[in-house]
Design a protein around this ligand. Sequence first.
Ligand code: PMP
Ligand code: GLN
Length: 380
Amino acid sequence: MIRSSKLPNVGTTIFSVMSKLAQESSAINLSQGFPDFPIDEKLSELTHAAMKAGHNQYAPMPGLPALREAIAAKVERLYGFSYDPDTEVTVTAGATQALFTALGAIVRTGDEVVIIDPAYDCYAPSVELFGGLPVHVRLGNDMRFDAEALRSAITPRTRVLMINTPHNPAGTILRDADMRAITDILRGTDIILISDEVYEHLVFDREPHASAIRYPELRDRAFVVYSFGKVFHATGWKMGYLLAPKALMAEFRKVHQFNVFSVNAPMQVALAEYLGDPLHYETLPRFYQAKRDRFLIGLRASPFEPLPCEGSYFQLADYSKVSDEPDLIFAKRLATEHGVAAIPLSPFYKDPPSGQRILRFCFAKQDETLDDALERLCAI
Ligand code: PMP
Ligand code: GLN
């Protein structure tokens, strides 16, 4: 029998709660982050072909060599650094498993792990499961990185720093100056960096993606995490990968092999070929920027006040002009009474700022879906 919960404060994730409510109340679902349009027919065909060709048994533990080579080639092309596909690239069951396994490989009881709130919901519970202590700092004004807040959270017990750019749920990005500040803060410590870059291609207004890979002092101590779900509109595939220097990767794989051992074989065969064509990801910033702009322009005609969105597929909006209810209550009412489901921000904080009235809207949707949702928001 269960003596006491290992995660006493964890319930069902806000994503499941809001998607279920959206379904039950037939609301337009701009809550959980997933596209409502299909994957590329070509990718679908490659996957079917891989299955028909018999690639249906266990893949090698770290991932199919051809896929690891394709990943290494893509990363070198984008960020100018070459990871060794044999020893420094591992294919994972999505970014969630990569994050969990990386924490499992590193965190010991009592280790502090610095998390920047609002933070993606799996970070803190994963740290706690391995006996770590999440130390929460906050983004600053306009949801932008605050170097001083980070500096003051670092102690001799800090084992890991988790960063995320573009940021979910904030929609802001880390810039070169931020990465340099992080480099300064970590210099001279043995802190490991976990850099969650699942939205690497969703950076807007011609800004570069400030990947940790571009910064030698950071990448030498970093697990860098990606998700094919975000890149190829296939969140249900739960496919991703992790990059790390050889010594870190060796520790990661010790856990990975007993965590999942290996991940979907036919998808790996398909992705190995599909990834070879840069067009399949180079078009993404423009594609999603057009959606951000469409949603943003529409939102400006509503009583919701948008916050800056520099990347990701999430737009934050302040609803103070509409209601002074707490965000979870308002989000539920927005879904049931006005037919638009969004995500309240407070579940992304250890201590939500009092009086904050912000919802997150996912704009990874067909234009018609966005227009219908905007019509409803403008009618409030
Ligand atoms: N990190 C962030 C910031 C995310 O938004 C998500 C959700 N997609 C994940 C990790 C998990 O990605 P995956 O679905 O590949 O596990
Ligand atoms: N990453 C998605 C989001 O932020 C949700 C993934 C999930 O439901 N776990 O909405």
